[in-house]
Design a protein around this ligand. Structure first.
Ligand SMILES: [Mg+2]
Length: 252
């Protein structure tokens, strides 16, 4: 691991970039990174944004990025990747625990969201999760439905603390049903990268356990930015070492 130098990114044609903690932290834009990404795009790099957040539609991100002057080439959420995974495996009926982004991704891929006899139970973050949903999801999983998690993020930071993430809801269903998810789509797993040409790609992220570990598993060089959840001392603690680190992408 070493500090990133400006010329290091010149070697790559595709930037795979996380959103939360790199482009923004909730409502706060991380301008140093936004400016650098705009500049990289101006120099002809492909910009692909990949987020574990399952709650929003890609359109929300396209719009917000455009407002920041970033023209993305592609946006992948754990919800769109989950829908692709299910389509490829011929799954047509699911019970879904999640928010707008997940429901939109499933429906726009022709997957029926049902309350009876689903082939799969699909779980993302759901800020209206309750006992009834836990009961339904756990029963379907218990009786053999494929158990698909959009991601296993424990929590998302918010201003005054944490929001329990998809992983905490998956855990509740797991505990009740006695089964672990059959597949986890989001980072650090490879499913969210399916269909991507990873030649000449570098992965940028703020989370060692999702972003950087994903890059390592895929054999892609990684840049760890210190603008988000993890700090430099976490590299030693978690034993996940990126290729490069940077305070942010502008101040190299
Ligand atoms: Mg992040």
């Amino acid at each position: 691991m070493r500090a990133l130098k400006p010329e290091d990114l010149e070697n790559f044609s595709t930037i795979l970039c996380d959103l939360d903690g790199v482009v923004w932290r909730e409502k706060n834009v991380i301008w140093e990174n936004v400016n650098a990404l705009r500049e990289l795009k101006g120099r002809g790099k492909r910009l692909i944004f990949i987020t574990n957040n399952s709650s929003r539609k890609p359109d929300d991100y396209w719009e917000r990025l455009r407002e920041l002057g970033i023209e993305a080439d592609m946006i992948i959420t754990s919800s769109t990747a989950t829908a692709n995974y299910l389509v490829k495996r011929g799954i047509k009926r699911v019970y879904a625990v999640g928010e707008e982004g997940l429901f939109w991704a499933l429906e726009s891929n022709g997957i029926e969201i049902c309350e009876e006899e689903p082939q799969a139970v699909v779980v993302g973050i759901d800020r209206t999760f309750n006992y009834e949903k836990l009961k339904k999801a756990s029963n379907f999983v218990y009786f053999g439905a494929l158990f698909v998690a959009t991601n296993l993020d424990a929590h998302v930071r918010e201003e005054n603390g944490i929001l329990p993430g998809a992983g905490s809801i998956v855990s509740a269903i797991s505990y009740a049903s006695g089964r672990k998810p059959d597949v986890v789509i989001g980072k650090p797993n490879r499913y969210i990268f399916e269909n991507l040409d990873l030649n000449g790609a570098v992965l940028i992220g703020d989370n060692l356990e999702t972003d950087i570990l994903a890059g390592k598993k895929l054999g892609i060089p990684t840049v760890f930015v210190l603008s988000g959840v993890h700090k430099l001392e976490d590299v030693e603690r978690l034993k996940i070492e990126p290729d490069f680190y940077a305070e942010n992408l502008q101040r190299l």
